[in-house]
Design a binder for this molecule. Structure first.
Ligand SMILES: *Cc1c(COP(=O)(O)O)cnc(C)c1O
Length: 405
């Protein structure tokens, strides 16, 4: 039997794939696929050409000058290269034998980042939904937690974790900014995990992290704003170091390809012991929720090595400037209402004349804003996750749309 060359890597094919990446000509092309699994394949080269227009052309451009609608950043090219290496090596971190280097790399990335949050260690997960679940699972195992308490602005993944873990869920009120009303906290939190959010999804609010330590377990959901700890704005998250666990999405403000996040613990040995399973075919205990999982840390390691802390900070600080400038514009325009000063790069606003909201929603440039309901009212939400956003162009586009409303 000759070797199956599809497993060997085709230099021409891979270079062609890179060439295709730059093709803006495909914009808006839709993918046409057979309804049934084809009996015979068309071959790798033909598949590459067939898929390029639809996959590349149909994708949202997260790094475009007007892209500011969601928490999804563009990714640095170095991470594309690492994703290619990862896919070709296909290491499985479940087994030391199938990921000798990759496991060390994950440990190194965690060791670099955990201290910014006052944590001793942790591991990577496929997003903060899983990081929150993992942390609250550890809370249940290590601290006998029976209830999860969080503000009503907490991410839905917190209620989801309570549901999966069979824990009671108590939602507490939030203030106008979207932060937890501290005086609504129950007196006795010894059997409760208190979840504080650093950067709420809707408005970017930061709960008072000074509350960390008040409960049997404190988890800080820093999925969005956690990376501020590496920036000049680190003190906005003061108090986070007193948490028992922290979740951070690397595929948000650390500019990583999905799915990439960290769950960090103050006492990692204790937490990991609570959420580990061993035995049978496993040479090392399986820690956390995931079984087989890939070398997500590799693109993150490459990014941190290429940029250093200061390079990460520069990108985040640029995003924060975009949000500040945008907020200042909204605040200065009498036809618009700014919901509040942006704390973590999220600008929430609406037209003063709310009857024009739907009209405006259809006319704002695609990808510039998302919509969110707050206290029963629709608002526009713009999230500064794109360091290449052109804020003056965005403001011109907003001004033009509002002028016609
Ligand atoms: C995005 C987000 C999550 C969920 O993270 P994923 O990485 O999307 O799973 C949880 N909490 C907050 C505050 C978020 O912004």
């Amino acid at each position: 039997m000759p070797l199956d060359s599809d497993f060997l890597g085709d230099r021409q094919g891979l270079l062609r794939a890179i060439d295709l990446l730059g093709r803006e000509a495909y914009d808006g092309t839709t993918l046409h696929l057979p309804a049934r699994l084809p009996e015979d394949g068309i071959g790798s080269q033909a598949a590459l050409e067939a898929l390029a227009p639809g996959i590349l052309g149909g994708a949202a451009r997260l790094g475009a000058p007007l892209a500011l609608a969601h928490m999804d950043p563009p990714t640095p090219w170095l991470t594309w290269a690492m994703a290619l290496w990862n896919a070709s090596l296909n290491q499985n971190l479940l087994h030391p034998a199938t990921a000798p280097v990759a496991r060390d790399i994950e440990a190194q990335v965690i060791a670099w980042l955990a201290p910014f949050f006052g944590m001793s260690g942790g591991h990577m997960t496929a997003g903060s939904t899983l990081a929150n679940l993992t942390a609250l699972w550890a809370a249940r195992e290590c601290a006998g937690i029976e209830e999860i308490v969080a503000a009503d602005c907490a991410h839905l993944s917190v209620a989801k974790a309570a549901h999966i873990l069979g824990l009671r869920y108590r939602a507490l009120p939030s203030d106008h900014s979207g932060a937890l009303v501290a005086k609504s906290l129950p007196d006795d939190l010894t059997r409760a995990a208190l979840v504080l959010t650093a950067g709420t999804t809707a408005t970017g609010a930061i709960d008072s992290l000074e509350l960390a330590g008040r409960a049997g377990w404190t988890h800080v959901d820093a999925a969005w704003a956690g990376p501020l700890r590496l920036s000049a704005h680190a003190d906005r998250l003061s108090g986070i170091e007193r948490a028992d666990s922290v979740a951070v999405s690397a595929h948000k403000w650390l500019f990583q390809p999905k799915e990439s996040a960290l769950v960090l613990f103050r006492d990692t040995a204790r937490a990991h012991a609570g959420i580990s399973f061993g035995g049978a075919y496993l040479a090392a205990a399986n820690v956390g929720v995931l079984g087989s999982h890939g070398a997500t840390a590799v693109p993150l390691l490459a990014t941190l090595l290429a940029w250093g802390r200061s390079g990460v900070a520069a990108r985040i600080e640029q995003c924060m400037r975009v949000a500040e400038r945008l907020a200042a514009f909204v605040d200065s325009d009498a036809r618009l209402v700014l919901r509040g000063a942006p704390r973590t790069g999220i600008v929430v606003w609406r037209p003063r004349d709310t009857s024009t909201f739907g009209w405006l929603a259809e006319r704002l440039p695609r990808g510039a804003a998302s919509t969110t309901m707050i206290a029963g009212e629709p608002w526009f939400r713009m999230v500064a996750a794109n360091p290449n956003a052109d804020v003056e162009l965005l403001i011109d586009a907003l001004r033009a749309a509002v002028a016609r409303a």
